[in-house]
Design a protein. Structure first.
Length: 199
């Protein structure tokens, strides 16, 4: 998890490593009936946990939320983002794609009322052999050939190049880490998912 006392460049990854699929039982593809909803890969830092702006203020007044100390690190958790995720769950299958890994399950349902037992991805922290975004390998392994949207504050060129090469429909949505998931991104995601459902 990243400290929120200062802003992070959108291009800076929160960690570096070769990604691996989580051992979490819900994160094993192929064990359930064929899903009808696309996946929504959800980052946490810069999407739900907002970054401080100039002067150390959180959210710029654009999001409702509350400040929490999680493992000794201050996090401003956006209730606005949480409400949008609950709404998006109607049209997406949510998956945590964050360096928080299992910590998402430990803290976010309790603090924000988000769903329990969502699948999450696990990432190795060793340095990889490519320059691709550090989450790509785990996302690819989990998603296989399913349509997916990816919500993150730190998407880079490697992410966009990967999305263009996928056979399945893929949407990348980048957030402002100071504002997180807002109505703008939520509406974009919902419209895309509904377009897939009617295709």
């Amino acid at each position: 998890m990243q400290p929120k006392a200062h802003a992070k460049s959108p291009a800076e990854p929160a960690a570096v490593g070769v990604a691996a699929l989580s051992a979490h039982s819900a994160a094993v593809p192929g064990e359930s009936q064929p899903p009808s909803r696309p996946l929504l890969m959800v980052d946490i830092d810069g999407v739900i946990s907002l970054f401080a702006g100039p002067g150390g203020a959180w959210s710029g007044g654009s999001s409702e939320g509350s400040l929490h100390s999680i493992e000794g690190i201050p996090h401003f958790l956006s209730a606005t983002a949480a409400a949008h995720l609950l709404d998006l769950q109607q049209v997406f299958e949510l998956v945590w794609a964050s360096g928080w890994e299992e910590k998402a399950e430990e803290h976010l349902p309790r603090l924000l009322g988000l769903p329990r037992e969502l699948p999450y991805l696990r990432f190795e922290r060793s340095v990889g052999r490519t320059n691709a975004h550090w989450k790509l390998e785990a996302i690819e392994a989990f998603a296989t050939d399913r349509p997916l949207a990816w919500l993150d504050d730190a998407l880079n060129d490697a992410c966009h190049e990967w999305a263009l090469t996928r056979a399945a429909p893929t949407l990348l949505v980048q957030t402002d880490p100071h504002r997180g998931l807002t109505e703008r991104e939520s509406e974009l995601l919902r419209k895309w998912a509904l377009t897939l459902a009617t295709a």
